[in-house]
Ligand binder design. Structure first.
Ligand SMILES: [Zn+2]
Length: 201
């Protein structure tokens, strides 16, 4: 389990850092983000949470996870907007970061350089198994990377693929969690192999 790093508190050399939580769908990324943010709140720190406006699966202003811990969040249309709103906080949470533009890398660096702790969560791969949006670059610049795993719905092994059970060319289907399954490498590859036989629909 991730334990918060101990950092010096001298104000004249205040430096933040970036944490990244990544994994497939159903891997508990948001739960882990919320756990860390709640601990920061207990430590009397100001916490702000942002997520892309595109993510409309759940409540507009709340980050909601399955264990009904919810934290109010601010939807943003671009990564740069986060800088406008994050001024007063000690800890910045960003959920569903895979949907944000590439500018998010510079944004998290600026926030960390100004002394803030930044915790980013997002899907590391899309349903084709390709690295997703700005996530690879965020992994590179983060001090701490945590990869969380789901359980394969076919065999119960550790899963890190989000397999899409309905054919669609879009990189992401929104609002349709039921269209995805967590799969291990073996079960993901087996399903992919079987796909052409089903036609291209
Ligand atoms: Zn499996």
């Amino acid at each position: 389990m991730f334990i918060e790093p101990k950092r010096g508190r001298s104000n004249d050399q205040k430096m933040g850092w970036v944490e990244l939580i990544c994994g497939s769908m159903f891997s508990g990324k948001t739960e882990e983000l919320i756990r860390r943010l709640n601990r920061a709140k207990i430590a009397q720190q100001n916490v702000e949470i942002f997520k892309p406006g595109i993510d409309t699966r759940y409540d507009e202003e709340d980050i909601v996870s399955h264990n009904k811990n919810s934290i109010r969040s601010t939807p943003v249309n671009s990564a740069a907007e986060i800088l406008l709103y994050a001024g007063n906080c000690d800890v910045v949470g960003i959920d569903e970061a895979q949907f944000l533009d590439k500018g998010v890398v510079e944004v998290v660096n600026k926030l960390a350089n100004s002394g803030k702790r930044v915790i980013v969560a997002g899907l590391d791969m899309d349903s084709k198994g390709e690295p997703f949006g700005p996530m690879p670059a965020l992994m590179a610049v983060a001090e701490y990377v945590t990869k969380v795993h789901a359980i394969c719905v076919k065999c119960g092994d550790i899963a890190h693929f989000s397999y899409r059970t309905v054919a669609d060319e879009k990189q992401v289907l929104l609002g349709e969690l039921e269209s995805y399954e967590a799969r291990c490498r073996r079960c993901y590859n087996m399903a992919k192999k079987a796909e052409p036989a089903l036609g291209t629909n």
